[in-house]
Design a protein around this ligand. Structure first.
Ligand SMILES: Nc1nc2c(ncn2[C@@H]2O[C@H](COP(=O)(O)OP(=O)(O)O)[C@@H](O)[C@H]2O)c(=O)[nH]1
Ligand SMILES: [Mg+2]
Ligand SMILES: [Zn+2]
Length: 308
């Protein structure tokens, strides 16, 4: 039976792209999707096919199909519900809204926990130029240096001037990616600039009087380089419910080498004597902002636990 990729889920239907037709958008590619229902057995087992799932399906007589089997997932995100995403593109605007490193670190925790790679995009670079700043404003070089030193790629973008868009695009080749970031940071605009698409941006939806938050289904957009991107509000509920407090420090990847040397096994890196993570933070080998956010998230998680 044929294999395919679920590219969209809507109103109880799964839209499956046959595997043979994958790797390169062709004219009328949309028509090539097979509209499928899920087999009843999924419900019984408490399973549910997700966008991004590679599946086995069987065509039915009316030209539609049935999803029979979900192939093993490499990754799974709950919000947004997407399977097999390899890369999370984190968009943070330099202005409007201003850069928020605490939120960036929170996104990174979730991404490390989900086992995805992260690419950080600092968007709306043109707005800094408007401020009359010099060529590469200090804030950009500092943030770039910090996150690159931890091992994350950082790309500075502007959907107005086109800066960085080709770099982002080439990073998306051949895999499933999710675009994540607060509302208004420019996710749809960057995708539009990159792909010549016309996804709805918030300006347009405001003009139509529909408010900033248009409800959205999850859908993968196919790129001509074999990549698929989900433009979703993404990780909208950034609480720590799914994460155990003892897992938090492993989501700060630059802590790892120091944590191994802590005096106590299971060190929380908060108050224990002989904590190498805290010593590294004191010396400045771990950035003060990163360590401070670790402590804040730790508190937040403890508070949550107390409430439940
Ligand atoms: N100046 C400037 N404005 C941008 C840029 N990208 C997006 N915007 C504006 O920011 C607002 C939100 O953009 P949108 O793409 O809808 O953000 P989303 O909610 O993350 O999808 C819109 O008014 C865009 O025109 C950019 O690179 N430069
Ligand atoms: Mg958008
Ligand atoms: Zn420690």
């Amino acid at each position: 039976m044929p294999e395919g990729l679920i590219v969209k889920a809507l109103s109880g239907y799964y839209y499956v792209k046959p595997a043979t037709a994958q790797g390169g958008a062709t004219d009328g590619a949309k028509e090539a999707y097979v509209q499928c229902r899920g087999r009843g057995i999924f419900k019984k087992r408490g399973e549910s096919p997700l966008v991004g799932d590679r599946v086995i399906y069987s065509p039915t007589e009316n030209g539609e199909g049935t999803v029979d089997e979900i192939l093993p997932r490499e990754t799974e995100l709950i919000r947004p519900p997407i399977a097999n995403a390899k890369l999370a593109v984190l968009l943070f605007s330099l202005r409007e809204p201003d850069l928020n490193l605490q939120l960036l670190d929170k996104f990174l925790v979730h991404i490390e926990h989900a086992g995805l790679q992260a690419l950080i995009c600092l968007t709306k670079e043109d707005l800094l130029e408007e401020d009359g700043a010099e060529e590469m404003p200090e804030i950009i070089s500092q943030v770039k240096a910090l996150y690159e030193s931890i091992g994350y790629d950082v790309i500075v973008t502007s959907s107005v001037t086109g800066m960085g868009t080709e770099d982002v695009k080439s990073r998306l080749a051949g895999e499933i990616s999710v675009f994540s970031g607060q509302s208004g940071v420019g996710k749809s605009s960057l995708l539009n600039a990159m792909l010549g698409l016309s996804l709805e941006t918030s300006e347009i939806s405001l003009r139509l009087g529909r408010g900033r938050h248009t409800t959205r289904h999850v859908e993968l957009i196919e790129l001509e380089n074999g990549g698929y991107v989900a433009d979703t509000p993404g990780f909208s509920q950034l609480d720590f419910l799914e994460l155990g407090v003892e897992e938090l420090s492993s989501c700060f990847r630059e802590f790892a080498n120091y944590a191994e040397e802590c005096k106590f096994r299971g060190c929380s890196h908060l108050h224990e004597p002989g904590c190498k993570v805290r010593e590294a933070a004191d010396r400045g080998d771990i950035a003060a902002s990163r360590y401070a956010h670790y402590v804040q998230f730790h508190e937040e998680m403890k508070d949550k636990k107390r409430r439940y």
